[in-house]
Design a protein around this ligand. Structure first.
Ligand code: IMP
Length: 427
């Protein structure tokens, strides 16, 4: 097995950074295929916390190639800050980064549009990260997006900016924003970006394809989660790209036959940021307790995340839409800090994820025996083998696996790299 895709199986923030970091030690190449700096992946290496937004979580291993694929939208300013910060910590020593010439570029005007739309009282508030993700993907679909390769071609860059200026400025004006797209200023900005960006650029589709053909171990890292997918998520409360494993092929430029396995990551409970349906959301004291225990605040925006019990029907939906072959369950130790633990196996009136009625789904909640014991969290966070886990935790994992029809591949029992129980073979 040489190509593994790892995706979020909930509404994002499942702990992809930690899991990909734990698996990346075995990989030769780690690639991202969608999204941009709306993602925030937290790694804890030697007790130090590192958050990446664009660079794949494999960056913590010197020598492991890290690829930003064609399906991504890249804000060069954020990318540069991230590289500098990683270099300061001794990571990204030199030649490990590659950026697709076909990825799309986020300019400041994409951010202005995103933020102004969110502030527009007459609009649908999605609760976006305001990073310009939606407007950049929108321009791509409208065939006036600006690709990384266009930064190298002044004539084409001017044409593309021209194609954007009228519509963008009219919308900014209508929304009452002060900023305007100024073509000369954007060209000057792009010239500055090219100076440092150029050495990273290549045909990453060819690079990934050749790595797979050469028998290299390739780890493909998704962003956000299944329920935020543009086609299969809780539309319109979704991100603007594909978050499912199927998107890895289009986003990188490889065929489905190149993928050997797909692992989905789920927390032992559920969280969501931004607007949109979340049937098992806990309001009140239990929700606050879970947020505190899990430190559930956005890695990108710092927003408090809504928290709730594990939603098994939603997880099974994610497992099927992704074709999962393994499940990685994170934050099991956090769940054990709760005074009681429950799950949802169904919603009232036969509602199912993907149905119109999902927006108002009422979960049927079931409390589980064996939890709520104070020493449980400590025993869980010390486990390194499946056998080390207490019986209540093991039967919890069995139940998840049985319900979704997917074997458990990995369990995360704390933020540290070593706090991981490996069950399945990644490569
Ligand atoms: P956008 O991706 O910034 O356009 O935001 C669209 C929706 O996706 C909002 O509900 C965001 O909160 C959510 N979202 C985007 N990226 C992430 C992420 O990495 N984790 C969790 N939610 C996210």
């Amino acid at each position: 097995m040489s190509t593994l895709v790892v995706v979020g199986a909930q509404w994002g923030d499942e702990g992809k950074g930690k899991v990909v970091d734990a698996l990346a030690s075995q990989a030769d190449l780690v690639a991202r295929y969608a999204g941009g700096n709306n993602a925030g992946h937290t790694l804890v290496v030697s007790g130090r916390k590192i958050v990446t937004h664009l660079v794949p979580s494999g960056c913590a291993y010197p020598g492991t190639l890290c690829v930003l694929g064609a399906g991504m939208v890249i804000d060069p300013e954020v990318f540069r800050q991230e590289i500098t910060a990683l270099q300061k910590t001794g990571m990204l020593l030199g030649d490990e980064l590659r950026v697709s010439l076909d990825a799309h570029v986020i300019f400041p005007f994409h951010r202005w549009l995103d933020g102004s739309r969110e502030d527009d009282v007459g609009g649908t508030r999605i609760g976006t990260t305001r990073r310009g993700i939606g407007p950049a993907y929108e321009a791509k679909a409208a065939r006036r997006g600006i690709r990384v390769r266009d930064l190298l071609n002044p004539t084409r860059l001017r044409e593309r900016l021209d194609a954007n200026a009228v519509a963008v400025n009219a919308e900014l004006e209508r929304l009452g924003a002060e900023d305007r797209l100024d073509i000369e200023a954007e060209i000057a900005r792009a010239v500055g970006w090219v100076v440092w960006l150029k050495p990273f650029l290549c045909d990453t589709g060819e690079l990934v394809d050749e790595s797979i053909r050469g028998g290299k171990r390739v780890l493909i890292e998704g962003a956000q989660g299944a329920l935020l997918d543009l086609d299969h998520g809780t539309y319109p409360y979704v991100t603007s790209s594909t978050t499912l494993a199927g998107g890895a092929c289009a986003g990188l430029g490889i065929g489905p036959t190149a993928i050997n396995a797909v692992w989905g990551i789920t927390k032992a409970y559920t969280t969501r940021v931004g607007a949109g349906p979340f049937p098992t959301r806990l309001d009140g004291e239990l929700g606050d307790l879970l947020r505190g225990a899990g430190d559930e605040f956005g890695a990108t925006t710092g927003r408090p995340r809504d928290c709730g019990w594990l939603d098994l029907p939603a997880l099974r939906y994610a497992a099927r839409r992704n074709g999962l072959t393994g499940l990685c369950v994170t934050k099991l130790d956090v769940l054990a800090q709760m005074p009681k633990v429950a799950i949802c196996r169904s919603y009232a009136d036969g509602v199912r994820p993907g149905h119109d009625e999902f927006e108002a789904a009422r979960p049927e909640i079931e409390f589980l025996p064996g939890w709520g014991a104070p020493e449980l969290a400590e025993r869980i966070s010390e486990a390194r083998e499946l056998e080390d886990l207490p019986a209540a935790a093991r039967s919890y994992l069995d139940m998840i696996s049985e319900f979704t029809g997917v074997p458990i591949a990995l369990v995360s029992v704390g933020p540290g790299r070593d706090q991981t129980v490996f069950i399945g073979e990644a490569f």
